[in-house]
Design a protein around this ligand. Structure first.
Ligand code: SF4
Length: 328
């Protein structure tokens, strides 16, 4: 995913202004660029794509949305397929359950090659505290759907969230290890939590067990706040190991290492069952169709053949009498 960000050239567009979720407690949700959600019509998005292809001669698109809405992604995919244009595109999403296996296949058919999304702390207590609206199990299902459709998945990972314990950091690393081992994640990056002035944590620090050391300077790019986490944990000491282990997992190696082997200081034992993700992936997902669902045929033009079947007079009489003809 880092090569996708840095190499080559992409036409940049957005599907929507702002974020349709707008709830995560570490995010600048009080600012317009997140708070004001204004989706663009799918037809207009594809018009813009066609214009940009003509102008730049490039058919690769990076939708730089905060979190592209699944329903709009579906509409854009259908419009791309309807117009039969050949494009590659990728974007940022939330790992929510509307990304079913079917939707991921449709997105892939329209040229979607990669998605990135916030898994953050990969631990359910903290995901609730963040108000991320997803669970680790749900993320496993969604990332599997993307992976099976052939779409690369990158996860933003976070450590040092207010009140996060050492145990939770270790368990979160274990979740990430299992997701890579199951092959449903291909790329990731650990970010250390930063408290920003316009996030709920920055506005109401007392609710999240942190104390501000000083106010931010207040301008858009200078909005980080120094704070003291009441747990007193030095989260910096995990940085190197989290990144080093992730680097190896991304290369498909070292899954068999005990987590303690990565650290040069003592860590608590993992409390996550070693088959947590495997079991989650084995669970059947409910297949429900809503009455307004459409069937989309992604194959080529089917061959059709018409024929007339004649039934003999004798067969017809037997059929009416419900008699099965004797055959030996
Ligand atoms: S972190 Fe992402 S999903 Fe959450 S509110 Fe911010 S932009 Fe939306």
């Amino acid at each position: 995913m880092h090569r996708m960000w840095s190499d080559g050239r992409w036409n940049e567009l957005t599907m929507a202004h702002g974020c349709y979720w707008g709830k995560c407690t570490f995010c600048d949700i009080s600012l317009d660029y997140i708070k004001v959600y204004e989706p663009v019509d799918a037809k207009l998005i594809v018009d813009r794509m066609e214009e940009l292809i003509l102008k730049t001669r490039q058919n690769g698109f990076h939708f730089v949305d905060e979190a592209a809405p699944p329903a709009l992604m579906r509409e854009v995919a259908l419009e791309v397929l309807r117009r039969q244009i050949s494009v590659s595109w990728w974007t940022n999403i939330r790992f929510e359950k509307s990304f079913t296996g079917d939707l991921c296949i449709l997105l892939k058919a329209s040229g979607c090659i990669a998605v990135s999304g916030g898994l953050e702390v990969a631990f359910d207590r903290l995901l609730k505290l963040i108000d991320k609206g997803v669970s680790a199990e749900q993320v496993a299902h969604v990332t599997r759907n993307f992976t099976e459709a052939g779409i690369l998945v990158h996860a933003y990972l976070m450590y040092g969230y207010p009140t996060q314990t050492v145990q939770e950091t270790v368990d979160s690393l274990e979740m990430v290890r299992q997701l890579f081992e199951a092959g449903v994640l291909q790329s990731g990056f650990w970010h250390q939590f930063a408290m920003t002035a316009h996030s709920p944590v920055g506005i109401y620090p007392e609710k999240f067990g942190v104390v501000k050391e000083a106010e931010a300077i207040g301008t858009f790019a200078n909005n980080d706040i120094n704070y003291i986490d009441k747990t007193g944990i030095d989260h910096d000491k995990f940085s190197f190991v989290l990144k080093k282990s992730l680097y190896n997992f991304m290369h498909g190696i070292c899954f068999e290492y005990k987590l303690q082997d990565w650290f040069d200081f003592k860590i608590p034992k993992v409390t996550v069952p070693s088959d947590y993700i495997e079991k989650a992936l084995r669970k059947e997902t409910k297949f429900a169709i809503n009455p307004t669902a459409k069937v989309v045929w992604l194959g080529g033009k089917p061959d059709t053949e018409s024929f007339t079947k004649h039934i003999s007079y004798a067969d017809n009489i037997l059929k009416k009498r419900k008699v099965t003809p004797y055959k030996n």
